[in-house]
Design a protein around this ligand. Structure first.
Ligand code: UD1
Ligand code: CA
Length: 464
């Protein structure tokens, strides 16, 4: 099997993005455009991937190095940018003679690995294989010129094309597969004698024809796979295409998505059987949903595992970041709940509206149903945490833990000043500020005693 080496052109400016950020770092489904291309290259088991950088090179290289630690990712700088042929010339010292080179663009994110594999197969280690597509409106693209026998003779750029050539609907996608030992001498022969005074990579086609190398046009019919991003509008269009494809794949697995046009998955979403997802939900990072999980409308859920039968009510925000969040079987969360990193909810736990949980474990059957904060806490089974109660976990310098043992009832509007432990089965009276640990089974009350002043006269407004 021939070794693959992938070259990704990413030196262009992306003027039409009108952004200070290099174009290829703009995100589609939460991931940089060029990262989509790198990941596709990785799935082809490329021996090496070379990214050609130019505009914003330090920023692009730093971002990619960080996102691909330990990868065989190389960079070739192209300064200034004199065309696609000039771009690929910069990689010549890095390319091995025995490789098949696959040339991709960093701003074409949705090419599928099977398409590229078919192109590599068409190259067969000896031909020049071009990925092509027919457009009703081919304006702007390089045209695939074939002879009467159908053999590819040349790619003619739109600006250089005659009227007859402009009538050709088959265009070059910008993607080719070619043996390095053929490509290298062809690159050395490129010139810039054309309408744009650029070194066109596409001119290698005429060298192939002159050298008697077969040029294979491998045509596909899915425009999204060759669509480039040049503007915010095109970025948004491809985002919807990508999201719809993900939604369709999930539905094929049996996931019930109320409206596939209103789902965004920016990462990986694993679903067991009978999952239901209402409209306007966003899933980020790694999310897994167990059997029968229901996600209400307008939830944002990131880096979280939700066990079977749990229900996430509308407008809930969950982000596990690095630590992750776990929601136990049959738990109920929301509406308007917030689960932060390290929230670990056991089975049948209830977290209600305006409740925030961070770095806290709640054991089976515990409930915090209204307006509460549980941070850096260990909560036993069947605890009831009252409305408006919080753990005061931060003393201004350090975080401390609160331990609430099984069957404790914390009344409303309590402050548990950590570190503190509430003994099992205890009760904390509403409005208490608890600064000392409590005994199991005890009622603990820490608030001013109620006083009543009879016949109290309210102040009246002073006369002017
Ligand atoms: C190129 C093809 C054209 C094809 C079209 C498909 C050439 C000469 N033409 O045209 O046949 O139909 O793609 O979209 O190749 N880049 C660099 N350095 C440069 C110039 C470009 O890295 O000096 C990168 C760009 O950032 C981009 C890619 O190469 O990722 C393609 O460049 P672009 O200017 O979009 O090529 P087109 O002129 O559209
Ligand atoms: Ca282009």
């Amino acid at each position: 099997m021939t070794a693959l080496e992938v070259v990704i052109m990413a030196a262009g400016k992306g003027t039409r993005m009108k952004s200070s950020m290099p174009k290829v770092l703009h995100r589609l489904a939460g991931k940089a455009l060029v990262q989509h291309v790198i990941d596709t290259a990785r799935s082809l088991q490329a021996r090496q991937t070379i990214v050609i950088t130019g505009h914003g090179a330090p920023q692009v290289e730093a971002a990619l190095q960080q996102a691909n630690p330990g990868d065989r990712l190389h960079f070739a700088r192209q300064m200034p940018q004199l065309g696609t042929g000039h771009a690929v010339q910069q990689t010549v010292p890095l390319l091995s003679d025995d490789a098949v080179v696959v040339v991709l663009s960093g701003d074409v994110p949705l090419t599928q690995a099977d398409t590229l594999q078919a192109l590599v197969d068409a190259c067969a280690g000896q031909h020049l294989a071009l990925l092509t597509i027919a457009f009703d409106d081919p304006t702007g693209y390089g045209r695939i010129v074939r002879n009467p026998e159908g053999q590819v003779q040349a790619i003619v750029e739109h600006k250089d094309a005659s009227d007859a050539q402009r009538a050709i609907r088959e265009v070059y996608s910008g993607i080719m597969a070619v043996p390095a030992k053929l490509l290298k001498p062809w690159l050395a022969r490129l010139d810039n004698h054309n309408a744009q005074q650029e070194y066109y990579l596409t001119d290698v086609v005429k060298f192939a024809v002159a050298d008697g190398v077969l040029v294979v046009g491998h045509q596909i019919d899915d425009p999204a796979q060759v669509a480039g991003v040049n503007s915010p509008t095109q970025l948004a269009e491809l985002e919807r295409v990508f999201q719809l494809r993900q939604a369709q794949a999930l539905m094929q697995e049996g996931v019930r998505i109320i409206d596939p046009a209103r789902l965004d998955v920016r990462g990986s979403l694993q679903c067991a059987q009978d999952v239901e997802i209402d409209v306007n939900c966003i899933f980020q990072g790694q999310v897994s949903l167990g059997q029968g999980v229901k996600i209400g409308a307008n939830c944002v859920i990131a880096n979280c595992t939700i066990a079977a039968g749990a229900v996430i009510h509308p407008f809930t925000h969950i982000d596990g970041e690095q630590l992750g969040v776990a929601v136990g079987e049959g738990a109920l969360v929301g509406p308007f709940a917030r689960l932060r990193p390290g929230a670990q909810l056991g089975e049948e736990v209830h977290i209600g509206n305006f409740v925030e949980v961070k770095n806290a474990t709640l054991a089976r059957g515990s409930k915090a149903n209204h307006l509460a904060y549980l941070g850096d806490a260990t909560v036993g089974e069947r605890v009831n945490f009252g409305a408006g109660s919080i753990t005061a976990n931060y003393d201004g310098a350090n975080k401390h833990r609160t331990v609430i043992e099984a069957d404790v009832h914390v009344g409303s509007n309590c402050v548990l000043v950590a570190p503190v432990t509430l003994g099992a089965g205890g009760t904390v009276g509403g409005g208490s500020t608890i600064t000392k640990s409590t005994e199991p089974g005890a009622l603990s009350v820490a608030r001013g005693k109620q006083v009543s002043i009879a016949n109290y006269k309210r102040p009246v407004k002073a006369p002017k």
